[in-house]
Design a protein around this ligand. Structure first.
Ligand SMILES: [Mn+2]
Length: 345
């Protein structure tokens, strides 16, 4: 049975009706945007353009660092700009996609009045105050929600848009292997025949700088194993997404149920947590680990956090690693022994 689009039809209809005739639109992604965040923003921009003729600008904080994401933006011409380059007074409508105000992973100024929130992360109570809210925690990707709006509004999905949405769902759910719903599967499968495979291959096989291999080296060198928990520390990083990428990489180690990684980027400590245990919720767990230190959030299997500002002093970063490890092991009820290096000798 096909997915019921009535919720998407109703929300997108109300959204378009409300936004029509208002001034310039700004769409916020989360910081260091990933493909899902960029795709959702791009599709929302497209929806506005086709249905109301209004132009929208896509904004993010931080950088687009990961090779795949840089290729995606370049090859598929996603015109996203850094929020620092904009004068927010020029905009009259503010939207937030794949993130919610106050989460700590976006650069939405505290005095900016957001009115549209479309996301698939756990709903924050404070989000309910906004005018137009569509948060679907059971969806694997924000791009899937946007795919449904386009379908519900009878918008033709061209090759470029299809490739953007497909890559978002593909990477976010790891090809429907991680935290996907029936709706994600439906979107993924209906996009397959529309995708430009040549571009998709180029996106997924980026050329990477020397430092990329250094990160693997550092991740492996620093990794300590505490029973079924693995912790690694990249210290100074050039690409903030590297922590998440290395967390995924090290999760492959047989016998590991939880991986926590950290790295320092522009005066902040970036954390990433992964689990493949059904008994653990990664988003809840990382929030407990950073309580009183920073902000965090996420889904059942993947989560992230940030502590800012944080010193660039390596000794302090090592100290933080040890204290976060102690917290993590205590919360999980694991023995807080010294652990052992992933590779010894
Ligand atoms: Mn997402």
């Amino acid at each position: 049975m096909p997915v019921d689009l009535s919720r998407s039809l109703e929300f997108s209809g109300k959204l378009l009706e409300w936004v029509r005739g208002k001034g310039r639109i700004l769409i916020f992604c989360h910081d260091h945007p990933d493909p899902d965040s960029l795709a959702a923003a791009y599709a929302l921009k497209h929806l506005f353009l086709v249905k109301t003729g209004q132009e929208a600008t896509i904004a993010f904080g931080g950088i687009i660092g990961r090779g795949e994401n840089r290729n995606m933006v370049r090859l598929l011409e996603i015109d996203a700009v850094n929020v620092d380059s904009l004068d927010l007074n020029e905009f009259s409508v503010f939207c937030s996609v794949d993130t919610q105000p106050g989460t700590g992973n976006n650069s939405i100024p505290a005095d900016c009045i957001v009115e549209v929130v479309i996301d698939h992360h756990p709903l924050r109570e404070s989000t309910l105050q906004y005018r137009m809210v569509d948060v679907r925690e059971d969806y694997g990707a924000s791009a899937t929600i946007l795919f449904e709006y386009l379908k519900a509004q009878d918008i033709t999905i061209c090759t470029k848009l299809a490739t953007i949405l497909f890559y978002a769902i593909k990477s976010e759910t790891q090809d429907l292997g991680r935290e996907w719903s029936k709706a994600d599967r439906e979107a993924y499968l209906s996009l397959v025949p529309l995708v430009n495979n040549h571009i998709l291959y180029e996106i997924t096989h980026p050329k990477v700088p020397r430092g990329y291999f250094g990160s693997f080296n550092q991740a492996i060198e620093s990794a300590r194993v505490y029973g079924d928990v693995l912790v690694f520390n990249l210290f100074e990083i050039e690409v903030p997404d590297m922590v998440a990428e290395m967390a995924d990489f090290l999760m492959r180690f047989d016998g590991i149920d939880v991986a926590l990684g950290m790295g320092h980027f522009e005066e902040m400590e970036i954390l990433s947590l992964r689990t493949n245990s059904e008994a653990i919720n990664a988003g809840d767990l990382i929030q407990k680990v950073v309580v009183g230190l920073g902000t965090a959030g996420g889904h059942g299997m993947i989560a992230g956090g940030q502590i800012r500002p944080f010193s660039s002093d390596k000794a302090l970063q090592k100290e933080l690693e040890l204290s976060l490890t102690r917290r993590l092991l205590a919360i999980l009820g694991r023995d807080a022994g010294r652990g052992r290096k992933l590779l010894s000798g």
